[in-house]
Write a protein that binds this ligand. Structure first.
Ligand code: IPM
Ligand code: MN
Length: 394
């Protein structure tokens, strides 16, 4: 019997709609499994800012830091919701947590489920065997090109008044210049790359399939990337039985689409990871299928990758599976962190519920070629999940 403190941040737009479906899964766990959750829901984001002038209620960051075993986030970002400094309102709720809680590994699985059609050719097609697409992209989450915005957002969340980052001069450029430094540190690279190798080892023992770890960078051009690759090479020597690869980000995007079967675990600096994961999601049926985990040594936050999608908000039509799969990642990671066999089992059963729903032709939203709405898909998967949990636990 394990009890976890779960903080839920529905956020903006379709984030709220998909979180409602993710919470059906949490309710199923409450009733039909040994796990239980103390849920605290906190309103936040750009829309909340437009209504209240605050990104979230005071004390929210501290609640996430001090009273949460896991955080589940919908999406942050709303058109015209800007802070006085021009940053997106709500940044402290997502970037402030990534930085302020040191959630250094942004883990984004890319897996094509049987029964899901991708649209790489512009039409729905199941020409690829699902088994060819099964990888995890791990995006460095606390530095790189996001560093200054991450810091600003964390300072806002923590209420710190530290000095802003100093500006340098750029000889050869004239007039107004805006720039974002892209610092990459040895320690920041070390921890996320090590996380990648450890995850590869876990995937290998679970699946029995040999795992490849690929380092994606632009070390032919950028000094930060040279350090990232150097650290990768040093760590790879500690894992002599793991196959490793290097790819420059430009070539990687081509190989990713052309030969997805070549990739198992991929580590990338922050912005490259942001871009590559949206691209990679097409291989799994689109952003509506893309879940993520933001993991640090003391905290973890789970979120669908798709964002608030303002143009679909309020229509009840977006795919809730990315949010439901984010709950699956939460269970898996609670299992690892707390050595909790029930959390691990409940995560595996949720994966089976999603797998069987899709492979048996269960209802889907428009992005997968179906015509069901968000609630219908969420309800169907949670009912299936309840039945599978019951079967296992009674
Ligand atoms: C993501 C999103 C965020 C990011 C935005 C909403 C700040 O695109 O999680 O990939 O850029 O990291
Ligand atoms: Mn993104």
């Amino acid at each position: 019997m394990s009890r976890y403190r779960l903080t839920v941040l529905p956020g903006d737009g379709t984030g709220r709609e998909v979180i409602a479906e993710a919470m059906r899964i949490v309710e199923a766990l409450e009733v039909n499994s040994p796990l239980s959750f103390d849920v605290t829901e906190i309103p936040c984001g750009g829309q909340y800012y437009l209504e209240t002038g605050e990104e979230w209620p005071e004390g929210s960051f501290e609640h996430c830091r001090d009273n949460s075993d896991a955080i589940l986030l919908g999406a942050i970002g709303w058109p015209d919701a800007k802070l006085p400094n021009g940053d997106n309102a709500g940044a402290q709720c997502i970037l402030g947590l990534r930085s302020g809680l040191d959630l250094y590994a942004n883990v984004r699985p890319v897996k094509l489920y049987h029964g899901v059609q991708h649209k790489v050719h512009g039409i729905f097609s199941d020409i690829w065997e699902s088994d060819l697409v099964d990888m995890v992209l791990i995006r460095e989450n606390t530095e790189g090109l996001y560093h200054s915005l991450l810091r600003r957002s964390a300072q806002a969340a923590i209420g710190s008044k530290d000095e802003p980052i100093r500006i340098e001069e750029f000889p050869g450029l004239e007039g107004e210049v805006a720039w974002d430094p892209r610092p990459i540190s040895r320690s920041g690279s070390d921890r996320v790359i090590r996380f990648g190798f450890e995850l590869a080892a876990r995937r290998e023992s679970k699946s029995g399939t040999h795992q490849n770890v690929t380092c994606v960078d632009k070390s032919n051009v950028l000094r930060g990337c040279r350090l990232f690759r150097q650290v990768f090479d040093e760590i790879s020597e500690e894992y002599p039985n793991t196959n490793t690869n290097h790819a420059f980000i430009d070539a990687f995007t081509m190989w990713l689409v052309r030969d997805p079967e070549d990739f198992d675990v991929v580590v990338l600096p922050n912005m490259f990871g942001d871009i590559a994961t949206d691209l990679a999601s097409v291989l799994q049926g689109g952003l509506g299928m893309a879940a993520s985990a933001n993991i640090g040594d003391n905290h973890m936050l789970f979120e669908p990758v798709h964002g608030s999608a303002p143009k679909y908000a309020g229509q009840g039509k977006v795919n809730p599976i990315a949010a439901i799969s984010s709950v699956q990642l939460m269970l898996e990671n609670l299992g690892v962190r707390h050595d909790d066999e029930d959390a691990t089992i409940c995560g595996e059963i949720l994966e089976s519920a999603i797998t069987s729903h899709l492979s048996e032709g269960g209802v889907t939203t428009y992005d997968l070629g179906g015509d069901a709405n968000t609630v219908a898909v969420g309800t169907a998967i949670s009912e299936r999940y309840k039945a599978l949990l019951n079967e296992h636990y009674t």
